[in-house]
Design a protein around this ligand. Structure first.
Ligand code: ATP
Ligand code: MG
Length: 364
């Protein structure tokens, strides 16, 4: 490449795409970098129900062909102009565990130790998974010890977050991405994309609650590391179902009512009953974390379509008596001022897609 070419290719504005495969809908966000800013070029969402006989807002189980078809439709509808993307892996299809392993000064030796020890924690043959890991930074581990005066930091060991994804899952995603004409440079478990998009102060322990259609994912982020992750098998689709049953109305009508009323005064009690089940499990997770780590979680951040539920933040504030925020991932992007109110409202649902696109931008 000549100097001139490389100069121009650097100057050329490059657009990137984040693609989030949710159980109820596909979400995409296209960004471009300009003067170090992430410019929002386009975004879009497509309900998968129409491709697989389910109602909007309900989880689906589509074939690869159906997902390819819907992704192509979404790319066209949203007028996406790039093929280079980063793609999410559903939390449910991954395995995350924080483990304590022997410390080795030599990085190569350390790698070997982690790879060998990881086998004990992965329930399937290691050849069937893609394994990744993150060492909790040493400074943070020292800090753990310093903060916690009763407990000496354990010498000769390190904390490692093991991350495994089954090969079949990756192959399926790769087929869909290629089938839709896209080119992905990474596949990332949705939690990591979410953190990038919504967690600002990674030092204090914060809880992120992703209220999706099929499930609610709960994460505790501390020192920028996933200290705890947990899936609750109740999601926003269950609220719709509860409204439909209690009011003897269709799923479609219940879905509409859910979005209109949320947990507000005018709403039926069905949403509150379902949310109280979700939150009793959240509380259990929260207490478990706080007890084990002897520190309190400073705030809760809601993401996911269910995080858009009206009055949810007020409800959670009353319940947990801590800071509660609804995520605003588009805040990390530049967009025309008139679009802000809309972006703020739909933001939580796009947290994963925004996080993916932000990582992809960093690759440029
Ligand atoms: N304004 C709203 N109020 C309440 N619920 C909403 C609102 N908007 C979307 N939802 C609900 O959010 C859910 C979709 O959220 P999201 O797109 O985050 O799920 P998903 O990523 O497809 O699912 P999962 O994360 O479980 O795989 C649907 O059940 C939908 O009904
Ligand atoms: Mg989701």
């Amino acid at each position: 490449m000549s100097f001139l070419e490389s100069f121009f290719s650097k100057k050329k504005e490059q657009s990137v795409l984040g693609v989030d495969f949710g159980s109820s809908s596909l979400k995409i966000v296209q960004l471009r970098k300009e003067h170090g800013q992430a410019i929002l070029e386009t975004y879009g969402e497509l309900s998968l129900g129409q491709y697989g006989g389910a109602d909007a807002g309900q989880a689906t189980n589509l074939s690869s062909e159906q997902i390819i078809e819907s992704l192509k439709d979404l790319l066209r509808e949203a007028k996406v102009t790039t093929t280079s993307c980063g793609v999410s892996i559903p939390f449910a299809r991954s395995l995350l565990t924080l483990v304590e392993l022997p410390y080795r000064a030599d990085p190569q030796e350390q790698k070997t130790v982690i790879e060998l020890e990881a086998r004990k924690y992965i329930p399937v043959p290691i050849s069937e998974v893609q394994l990744d890991w993150f060492v909790v930074p040493a400074a943070d581990q020292a800090q753990f010890g310093a903060e916690d005066s009763q407990e000496e930091p354990r010498k000769g060991s390190i904390e490692v977050l093991l991350v495994a994804v089954h090969n079949d899952e990756l192959t399926m995603l790769q087929n869909v991405v290629v089938g839709a004409g896209l080119s992905a440079s990474f596949y990332e478990i949705e939690i990591f994309s979410t953190i990038r998009a919504v967690v600002d102060d990674p030092v204090k322990p914060v809880m992120v609650i992703d209220v999706g259609a099929a499930s609610t994912k709960v994460y505790v982020i501390e020192h920028g590391v996933v200290a705890l992750s947990h899936a609750i098998a109740i999601g926003s689709q269950d609220i719709t179902r509860a409204i439909a049953i209690s009011g003897s109305i269709s799923i479609t009508a219940a879905e509409e009512l859910k979005k209109k009323e949320g947990l507000g005064d005018g709403g039926a009690h069905a949403p509150e009953i379902v949310f109280s089940r979700i939150f009793s499990e959240v509380r259990r997770v929260l207490i478990q974390y706080e007890t084990a780590h002897k520190k309190s979680i400073t705030s809760i951040i809601f993401t996911g379509g269910g995080g858009v539920t009206k009055e949810l933040d007020e409800y959670a504030k009353r319940l947990f008596s801590i800071d509660v925020h609804v995520a605003d991932p588009f805040r990390k992007t530049e967009a025309p001022a008139f679009m802000r109110p809309v972006l703020e409202e739909i933001g939580p649902e796009f947290a994963v897609a925004v996080g993916l696109a932000l990582r992809k931008l960093d690759e440029l």
